[in-house]
Design a protein around this ligand. Structure first.
Ligand SMILES: CC(C)(COP(=O)(O)OP(=O)(O)OC[C@H]1O[C@@H](n2cnc3c(N)ncnc32)[C@H](O)[C@@H]1O)[C@@H](O)C(=O)NCCC(=O)NCCS
Ligand SMILES: Nc1ncnc2c1ncn2[C@@H]1O[C@H](COP(=O)(O)OP(=O)(O)OP(=O)(O)O)[C@@H](O)[C@H]1O
Length: 369
């Protein structure tokens, strides 16, 4: 237990599917944290670890703007086990403290934490269940080559720098093989979740009241056949897309009269929320207030600090986010690094303005102050 939350710890080696499983649990209504994102925030100027890491690794890991360069630091620590251990010793205590604080703030009966070093950092001692993702070396290599654009040599070095996957199995309550389809990974994740929550009395599916008639729910609250039918009708996309989305995006079903009428898809990254698609497009045109409200409430549940909407998402151009308290800004003007990176990704790194709405100040900098 962390605070009074039943905690599922997700771990596994690189590219074995941890993040996909965390997203799938989030789409089943669970609040979840990614230790990697939190660790990254610990390196931003102003935090306690920032100065300690600079003292330990020297000013040559700084960028011209005075930030710690992940790339430079990564080149050092991923090629030197002792250096990685030194970095972890500085960062992990702060990461664990933040995870505890965030879980306490969320106040949810069941939560998940994804961490590559769940066991080694001691976090697993606070988890009620440990889930381990698995994919073979060949799958890891293929995934790193395609989605991370690493060379064979780089991918091999990353994989081989981690302990064998079998070491993690010894700690696992659940092992999820992710080598087949996204649908199969979804089914395995839901099955393991159902087994896990059977004993938890106060677990209730996510239900967001938006207005008198409308509510948002997590997609696992409707039977699979009904969900698949609604997806095909409303999105005109394939079922493969549905299950891939469930592993990479937040998918909120908007319902009225017990029927799904729309899907709001957004990307959750490092406590930012970027609106991705609304299906059907005409629904967004007709009911922008409802969509923005649902997006904000769902994002708040996940402790999102900034909402982002790129102009290209606004379909026919009739939707005016300023009416819903969004401001237009250039990504470069956003000063908090994680928010700026998310905004840059949302506009595909073009120097275009983006709509933003700040919901909360970064938790880590508040705690560091
Ligand atoms: C070295 C850093 C700065 C590199 O940052 P960068 O943004 O380039 O990479 P990112 O954090 O996204 O990690 C890339 C991949 O490396 C692997 N990785 C990250 N941290 C570790 C680690 N401590 N041990 C082994 N592998 C790791 C993961 O598979 C991850 O997907 C960063 O990874 C870091 O600070 N790591 C140490 C903190 C840590 O232990 N994080 C994990 C928390 S459980
Ligand atoms: N059936 C599947 N289930 C899960 N992932 C799959 C599946 N098929 C393909 N993949 C791909 O495998 C990759 C798994 O990546 P993911 O980011 O979840 O791994 P990870 O363990 O979190 O890696 P890292 O340690 O680098 O953060 C993704 O690129 C995903 O698209």
């Amino acid at each position: 237990m962390i605070d009074s939350s039943f905690t599922i710890g997700i771990t596994g080696n690189i590219a074995t599917g941890k993040s996909v499983i965390r997203h799938m649990l989030a789409n089943a209504g669970l609040f979840g944290l990614d230790a990697d994102s939190i660790a990254n925030r610990m390196l931003y100027p102003g935090t306690q670890s920032y100065q300690q890491v600079l003292d330990a690794f020297g000013p040559e890991i700084k960028t011209e703007q005075g930030q710690i360069s992940n790339k430079k630091l990564g080149q050092i620590v991923f090629n030197d086990q002792r250096a990685l251990e030194k970095l972890e010793a500085l960062v992990h205590p702060e990461v664990i403290k933040t995870i505890f604080n965030r879980i306490q703030a969320a106040g949810q009966p069941v939560v998940s934490i994804e961490a590559i070093k769940l066991i080694e950092s001691g976090l697993s001692n606070h988890c009620d269940k440990i889930w381990v993702s698995y994919a073979s070396f060949d799958h890891q290599m293929r995934r790193l080559r395609s989605s991370r654009a690493l060379t064979d040599q780089e991918a091999k070095a990353r994989i081989n720098s981690q302990p064998p996957q079998i070491d993690k199995f010894a700690h696992a309550d659940v092992i999820i093989n992710t080598e087949t389809t996204f649908k199969e990974t979804w089914i395995r994740t839901q099955r393991a979740l159902n087994d896990t929550i059977q004993s938890i009395n106060d677990f209730a599916p996510l239900h967001i009241n938006i207005s008198k008639d409308w509510f948002g729910t997590s997609v696992n609250t409707v039977p699979a056949t009904q969900l698949e039918r609604a997806w095909k009708e409303l999105t005109r996309q394939s079922l493969t897309d549905l299950y891939e989305c469930l592993g990479s995006k937040m998918v909120l079903a908007l319902s009225k009269n017990e029927h799904i009428q729309a899907f709001v898809l957004w990307e959750s990254w490092n406590f930012s929320g970027t609106l991705n698609r609304v299906f059907p497009g005409e629904f967004f045109e007709a009911q922008p207030a409802l969509v923005f409200d649902a997006f904000e409430k769902h994002a708040q549940f996940h402790q999102v600090e900034i909402l982002l909407v790129a102009q290209k998402i606004l379909e026919a151009g009739e939707i005016r986010p300023e009416q819903f308290a969004f401001d237009l800004q250039l990504p470069a003007q956003i000063t908090y690094p994680a928010w700026q990176i998310a905004a840059q990704k949302a506009v595909c790194n073009t120097p275009t303005s983006i709509w933003q709405k700040v919901l909360a100040q970064p938790f880590e900098s508040i705690n560091a102050a």
